[in-house]
Ligand binder design. Sequence first.
Ligand SMILES: [Zn+2]
Length: 262
Amino acid sequence: MSLVVTDAIVLHAFDYLESSRILRLVTREAGVRSVLARGARRSKRRFGAALDLFAQGTAELQVKPGRELDTLSAFEVGRARADLASQMARFTGASALAELVLRFARDAADPGLFDAVATALDAIARAPVDRVRDLTLAGAWTILVELGVAPTTDACAECHDAIAANGSVMFSHPAGGALCARCSHLARSGRMLPSDARSALRDWLSGGEHPVQDASAIRAHQRLLREFIREHLADERPLRAFDVWERDAWTGADAVLAGVGR
Ligand SMILES: [Zn+2]
């Protein structure tokens, strides 16, 4: 058994037996881990508020080779991120990002992925309500960059030729991004990515912000992201948190809940 001390963020948590909780953490030093927090429900002293969703802190993990479940011996919270639970769009957006990380989970050290998750959650927590969705999209794409599955926007995903920076392009999920004019004629399927959507995607993939207010543009971006994630996932299990986030964007539930939840 070895002790691993690492920065960690709680991405998923559920009760286990009478007094414990099982958490899924993204960590800086050890990738995504499942951990058992013994007695977490009986004693608040040991873990405090640290076991709430999206909390970030220093975790001490007892790791046994060959075991899928580590033991969490301590978790000192640095950032609780309580703001993420106070408003529907923030909570559903953060949950969609957590699901994305968990579905592509790896147990190797990945500081870049850890930082991308922390940065995205902080951006969502701080953002005014009308920016939460585009910042969630931005966070999702930067996480995909860190996972090594980002699409191309300015080079053809098939033949690698450069594509003029302005204008709309054909986007092919199987090919892995934008297609040049020649390859888009040969492609069997694809989706037109309008010029403004393409520049938003380019900004997000490079770690920048790109405000998008229009509801139908947000929906189109969510659809593109969902299709892209689906293309890269090895299994067909539903993306539950993503579905909730995507539905909220057009039911208007958020406007109602924003008033009620405070
Ligand atoms: Zn091409």
